[in-house]
Design a protein around this ligand. Structure first.
Ligand SMILES: Cc1cc2nc3c(=O)[nH]c(=O)nc-3n(C[C@H](O)[C@H](O)[C@H](O)COP(=O)(O)O)c2cc1C
Length: 480
């Protein structure tokens, strides 16, 4: 039996996500990113196509590296304006039953105590269908507007992220016992205080002494997605990630990345298959290969070269405005998305990457490659990626939205279903169960969150004697 392919739609609460300029296409509804209708209709389309999840990217900064200004990004709507990615999720959950929701949040600019509650809330409201895409950000502009002179250095961001996750795991897994909420109307006890525990976290970056504010949600720890591609990023992903998002240029490069991530996961005591790896891809499809090619060429007419250079400026931290259009590009070590140029260089095309080549070949796919073809051609190519690349699925980006997703659902999904490659019905249960095929909604043994289940039981939320006296007194007052 062939391996099931996981399908995620890759979107963002903005106008231009990966493709630049295509928002001008007459069929693009990208401008509707601020309407709940856009999100609920998209969610229904994706669920009809048995997608596993919608993966929502996010940034809290702007693409202002290109020509040293945010001007191009604003003109082209390159990930700005951008709304908060949390709020559309409950609306999408209302109109679907199974679709998962991967929500990106850059922990570098958050506090673990508050963010843990946000995700627990979403996990409650979606009945266990939420994943946190744990990122550490890459835009200096985010840091500058969030109280820092510049962003935390690349590897240090991951040290901070490790501790951040540790705190959230303690809150999600260890603070409240499964049976803490008793909801006993007779006794007038909603929560048994002896079953709620302070986490007493003291670390290099955070001190969090108290109890979690929320009761355990279906997954407790939301499914953990991660996207970081440098060696340090992959190590972090291999330790924590349950869904890992990569953006290699070819299936052959993907294989090196997936083998490396799975080796690292094993070194952390996890199963190789505990990590599901999704690769970024844009798919342009139509009834035939020729029609798909024509559609691609039509989209290209709307592509914005300047917009794409603004994107690549943000991703690489390099101002492409300072380069000659034909100047060969070389990867550098900086604090941005380090892997971007390394991956381009490894794309096997033999191409010398220059700003002009980026504009020519990436204007639609952004950080990732594009597949153009009829349903059979696309399905063949996706299967090849899975076999050669050792990946588990795809984060499918759009050229135009929702058209790209609709085309995929209408044309490619049935083809993949007929090949037994994607699901025709959903498995029941939480997102974690659906993705891993397990029967437990909670993190498996071997995941670093797991160690905190029951870890704080000796510490109670309050002194028990004092609590029960206060409680008796209050109940007496209420009765009397
Ligand atoms: C495929 C991919 C997608 C990413 N998506 C986001 C995102 O939506 N928001 C964000 O702030 N960072 C995003 N990142 C950035 C990473 O979380 C990380 O901070 C950055 O890549 C630097 O680490 P690295 O050099 O290990 O990749 C993404 C990275 C990759 C590789």
């Amino acid at each position: 039996m062939s391996k099931r392919i996981i399908l995620n739609a890759f979107d963002m609460t903005c106008v231009s996500h990966q493709a630049a300029g295509t928002w001008r296409h007459p069929q693009s509804q990208a401008y509707k990113y601020k309407d709940l209708d856009y999100w609920t209709e998209l969610a229904k389309t994706l669920e009809k196509g048995r997608f596993d999840s919608i993966f929502i990217a996010d940034v809290v900064g702007v693409y202002d590296v290109y020509r040293g200004s945010v001007e191009t990004a604003l003109i082209d709507a390159d990930q700005v304006p951008v709304n908060d990615p949390f709020f559309q999720v409950p609306a999408m959950a209302m109109v679907t039953e199974h679709l998962g929701f991967g929500v990106t949040s850059a922990l570098t600019y958050e506090l673990p105590y508050a963010l843990a509650r946000k995700f627990a809330t979403l996990d409650h409201l979606t009945k266990g269908r939420v994943a946190w895409n744990v990122v550490t950000s890459y835009l200096d502009s985010a840091a500058r507007n969030l109280g820092m002179a510049k962003q935390v250095a690349h590897d240090k961001r991951y040290d901070l992220a490790d501790e951040f996750l540790d705190v959230t795991y303690k809150l999600w897994e260890g603070s409240w016992d499964d049976d803490a909420v008793v909801r006993d109307r007779e006794k007038g006890v909603f929560t048994d205080p002896s079953k709620v525990h302070p986490i007493n976290h003291k670390g290099e970056f955070f001190d969090v002494p108290g109890i979690a504010l929320f009761e355990p949600s279906p997954q407790r720890t939301p499914s953990i997605f991660q996207a970081g591609a440098s060696p340090r990023g992959r190590d972090f992903a291999a330790k924590h990630g349950e869904g890992i998002f990569i953006a290699p240029p070819t299936a052959e490069v993907a294989r090196k990345v997936t083998d490396d991530i799975r080796d690292r996961a094993e070194a952390y005591g996890r199963q190789r298959d505990d990590v599901k790896i999704f690769t970024l891809i844009t798919v342009i499809t139509a009834e035939t290969d020729e029609a798909a090619e024509a559609k691609y060429n039509e989209y290209l007419e709307y592509a914005s070269g300047e917009g794409m250079l603004a994107f690549y400026g943000g991703w690489t931290g390099l101002d492409f405005g300072e380069f000659d259009p034909d100047q060969p590009l070389r990867a550098v070590e900086n604090d941005a998305l380090r892997s971007t140029l390394e991956l381009l260089e490894a794309d096997g095309s033999g191409r010398t990457w220059t700003p002009l080549e980026i504009v020519k070949h990436r204007s639609i796919g952004g950080l990732g490659p594009v597949i153009v073809g009829g349903p059979q051609t696309v399905a063949d190519e996706l299967e090849r990626w899975v076999e050669v690349g050792g990946i588990d699925g795809f984060n499918i980006a759009y050229a135009i939205t929702p058209g790209t997703f609709e085309d995929f659902v209408e044309l490619v999904v049935p083809e993949l279903q007929s090949r037994g490659r994607v699901q025709t019905e959903y498995q029941t249960g939480t997102l974690r169960e659906k993705l891993s095929g397990s029967t437990s909604p909670q993190v498996p043994v071997g995941h670093p969150a797991r160690q905190y289940r029951g870890a704080f039981t000796e510490h109670n939320a309050t002194d028990e004697t004092k609590q029960s006296k206060t409680h008796d007194y209050l109940v007496g007052q209420a009765d009397g």
